[in-house]
Design a protein around this ligand. Structure first.
Ligand code: GAL
Length: 335
């Protein structure tokens, strides 16, 4: 019997199934603002998958993935639990960016390095402040950073895809582009900047604009469909462009547009952000004018890489930026 056990153990070690005696397991706490968010689902799955690829016989990562349920009180509890459980590093997609300083304070006081993702805590250009200066004192130990994409770029790309059309988005030829805007959570800088910079790209190109409707869809597909259906009902043919701050809402808007008997590319244009697989398919099929790649792979890998650096005690930057990419018909045809 004993022989059999020894044999089994030797066989398992040979197969690499038993970690070497020196193996180190790092505990990683990840809290995502809301699991039901389409884009953040891709992002969090990639965080887990990428950590797995970095494991060796000597280094393992034990990931605890928590759902913030879009509730800051719930997420604050999760962070407190992470601190009690002695996480070695925390990756955090805040429910409310206005709570950033309180949260950073707690985590830093517990001596745990922190990687903030996706929801930028402060406009990095607000009064020209860097994250470090904005949280002066708190970041002295340089254990906190933000990984994200510059939302201004995604908005600009949306507007440019309209400005690049032959009719520059002016379908009825009345000299202006009449649009509706469907916004994400207005507390997010992503929603604020996409709303502002999509329209700015048009006006910068010398195009006159008219906002028919601007509503909050909170990044949600059902809400996007409802709001778009409603606006089409009220403004009918006047609506030339539907700007959605993300693809989930644009997918909803695409359904509303079909139901209303409208045809993208002929009597209406539709733009989103994220380049979800379903949205890219719609661009291919001509049912969406364009979307913008929000690179969840690049961002999750950058977040994990910097978390690993922090675990190894290496120096880090305060910001890591990943570029957006314009995804229109020409782009998908060349794919
Ligand atoms: C944005 C993304 C949205 C939503 C949001 C959550 O970057 O485009 O789809 O996931 O983040 O904060």
């Amino acid at each position: 019997m004993k022989k059999l056990l020894v044999f089994a153990l030797v066989a398992m070690m040979a197969l690499g199934m038993v970690a070497s005696a020196s193996a180190q397991t790092y505990k990683v706490g990840v809290s995502i603002y809301q699991f039901t968010d389409n884009f953040m689902t891709l992002y969090r799955n990639e965080i887990e998958a990428y950590f797995k690829t970095l494991e060796t016989d000597d280094v393992k990562y034990e990931i605890t993935m928590a759902d913030g349920k879009n509730d800051m009180a719930e997420q604050t509890n999760q962070i407190q639990n992470f601190i009690t459980q002695g996480m070695d590093v925390i990756i955090l997609n805040l429910v409310q960016t206005s709570s950033a300083d309180a949260v950073i304070d707690q985590v830093v006081a517990a001596g745990i390095p922190l990687v903030l993702i996706n929801r930028e805590p402060l406009a990095y250009d607000a009064e020209g402040k860097t994250l470090d200066e904005a949280y002066e004192g708190i970041l002295n130990n340089a254990q906190v950073c933000y990984v994200g994409a510059d939302a201004r770029q995604s908005g600009t790309f949306q507007g440019e895809m309209v400005a690049e059309l032959d009719n520059k988005g002016d379908i009825n030829g009345d000299g202006k582009v009449s649009y509706i805007m469907i916004e994400g959570d207005p507390e997010n800088i992503d929603a604020q900047y996409r709303t502002e910079f999509s329209v700015k790209a048009l006006t910068d190109a010398g195009i006159e604009v008219e906002c028919l409707d601007d509503q909050v869809g909170n990044w949600d597909q059902t809400k996007g469909q409802e709001l778009c259906a409603n606006a089409l009902n009220i403004y009918g043919d006047k609506v030339e462009v539907v700007f959605c701050n993300n693809d989930a809402m644009a997918l909803g808007a695409a359904t509303a547009i079909q139901t209303a008997g409208r045809k993208v590319g002929e009597d209406i244009y539709l733009l989103g952000v994220d380049a979800l697989e379903e949205a890219v398919q719609l661009v291919k099929d001509g049912e969406m004018t364009g979307t913008v790649l929000n690179d969840h792979v690049g961002q999750s890998h950058a977040a994990v890489d910097v978390a690993v650096k922090l675990l190894n005690g290496e120096e880090i930057d305060n910001y890591y930026w990943v570029d957006y990419v314009k995804v229109n018909k020409a782009y998908v045809d060349a794919m």
